[in-house]
Design a protein around this ligand. Structure first.
Ligand code: 15L
Length: 264
């Protein structure tokens, strides 16, 4: 690939993935609203606001692929969510339509199904049950990807990320942990696949606790290699197990289900 755009490069996920994805293209274009570390070899750094349509068109022009980590990634008031995750996603898909339909990896989230209980094993056909405004905005993103695929053939991998951190941080993440290395191998598969379509893929490692069924995406040939099991003792030692009726033990979205609607 000649040029890959990574949005949200200053965020937690973006920073973790920046060096890990450097082999994916001759040039990596990194973008964020916030300031980023200066460009290294083979990198371009472009500060841009996803809510600014012209800026997003400039960002996407000349790119053969997009990894979209940008936007609000936790529960926040409606305005910032609306700017980045609603208008920003509209801008991204319109820019992709205007600039040759580069394939997109879209970072959606387990919070689109956060109100499903942890005793459920979900497939991609199960109904959404978002656990907050952030989750609702990711439902919108998934719907946009689906519509642009049906109408224009735009290909997107909708990766419903569980918890992508260097290691699981609590008992819930024993089920939701997605290792950065597994995410890289998934992104490699997505850009290598002869045909992608618009699949929903659960972004989760091969953990012993499992709430999500990835069989619908098997055609991509991706297999996660990591498992949270090797962190079990550390998680047990460092965290008190949540009470059985605590949100973190009841719902797949955990503590996000207990968030209020933030008004400011
Ligand atoms: C997410 O969608 C968040 O962006 C991330 O910060 C984590 O909290 C993750 O979900 C999770 O559910 O653990």
């Amino acid at each position: 690939m000649k040029r890959l755009l990574i949005t949200g490069a200053a965020g937690g996920l973006g920073q973790m993935m920046r060096s890990r994805l450097s082999h994916m293209a001759e040039t990596i274009r990194l973008s964020d609203l916030a300031e980023m570390a200066p460009a290294g070899p083979g990198e371009e750094v472009v500060q841009a606001n996803l809510a600014d349509e012209a800026a997003v068109h400039d960002l996407v022009a000349g790119c053969d692929g997009i990894v979209h980590f940008g936007g609000v990634s936790v529960e926040q008031p409606f305005d910032p969510i609306c700017d980045a995750n609603i208008r920003g996603v509209y801008n991204l898909y319109e820019a992709a339509r205007a600039h040759g339909h580069p394939r997109i990896v879209f970072a959606t989230s387990n919070h689109v199904v956060g109100y499903h209980t942890q005793d459920r094993h979900l497939g991609v056909e199960d109904p959404m049950k978002p656990d907050g405004l952030y989750g609702v905005s990711k439902c919108f993103g998934e719907a946009m990807a689906s519509m642009y695929h049906s109408k224009f053939g735009q290909e997107t991998a909708l990766v419903r990320i569980g918890s992508c951190f260097p290691e699981p941080r609590n008992h819930r993440m024993m089920a939701t942990w997605f290792s950065p290395d597994d995410f890289v191998s998934l992104i490699e598969c997505v850009f290598r696949a002869p045909r992608l379509g618009c699949p929903i893929i659960w972004g989760v490692s091969d953990n012993e606790e499992s709430w999500w069924d990835n069989s619908a995406a098997r055609y991509l040939g991706w297999r996660p290699r990591d498992s949270s099991a090797r962190f079990r003792d550390k998680v047990e030692a460092g965290n008190t197990r949540p009470e059985p009726d605590a949100p973190d033990a009841v719902y797949q979205g955990g503590a996000f289900t207990a968030e209020p609607i933030h008004r400011d």
